[in-house]
Ligand binder design. Structure first.
Ligand code: PNS
Length: 156
């Protein structure tokens, strides 16, 4: 049984995240989407709202579950028996951002990070941009799963 964790802030979940989860779900027996705290970010949505939106967006994937991960990500991975962390890459900037985390997580526990290339058509989609578009009155519905538009609007 291979178990992987796909962690992130998911503030909010985008179609880019759904794309990566869908690809990862084909590679592992079980995929746990871990809604985690990034100490460098102040989230728009609280963690339970982020987890609820992620669950709704991924409910069609039978081997995918969503959980809130408090504390150190590698501790969460150990508790759940996960042997890999999955991250999506849109381009080189994402790799530069992810590489130190992958090295730190491996240094802490030996867990490997597996990078998946996302759909090129979604390479401009980022939670930070989605929030910014929404804040300025733009339509975010092309970039997010159903349910996210209203949740973001309510949180602004
Ligand atoms: O979507 P993000 O904000 O880029 O995800 C970053 C996240 C939440 C995966 C990262 O900040 C994280 O792993 N946080 C949990 C605490 C932790 O383990 N920090 C050390 C990371 S090397």
């Amino acid at each position: 049984m291979t178990i992987a964790v796909l962690p992130g802030s998911f503030d909010p979940m985008t179609l880019g995240h759904v794309d990566i989860a869908t690809r990862a779900a084909k590679l592992f027996d079980q995929l746990i989407v871990a809604v985690a705290h990034n100490s460098a970010k102040a989230p728009l949505l609280d963690v339970s709202a982020r987890a609820k939106l992620a669950s709704g967006a991924l409910q069609h994937l039978p081997n995918v579950t969503v959980a809130v991960a408090d504390g150190l990500l590698v501790a969460f991975c150990r508790e759940r028996g996960a042997t890999a962390i999955v991250k999506g890459l849109r381009g080189g900037a994402d790799y530069d951002y992810e590489r130190p985390m992958a090295l730190m997580n491996r240094s802490l526990t030996g867990i490997e990070t597996v990078f998946i290339t996302g759909d090129a058509a979604l390479s401009h989609v980022a939670s930070s941009l989605v929030r910014d578009v929404a804040r300025h009155g733009g339509d975010i519905s092309p970039y997010v799963p159903p349910g996210v538009v209203d949740a973001v609007a309510a949180a602004l």
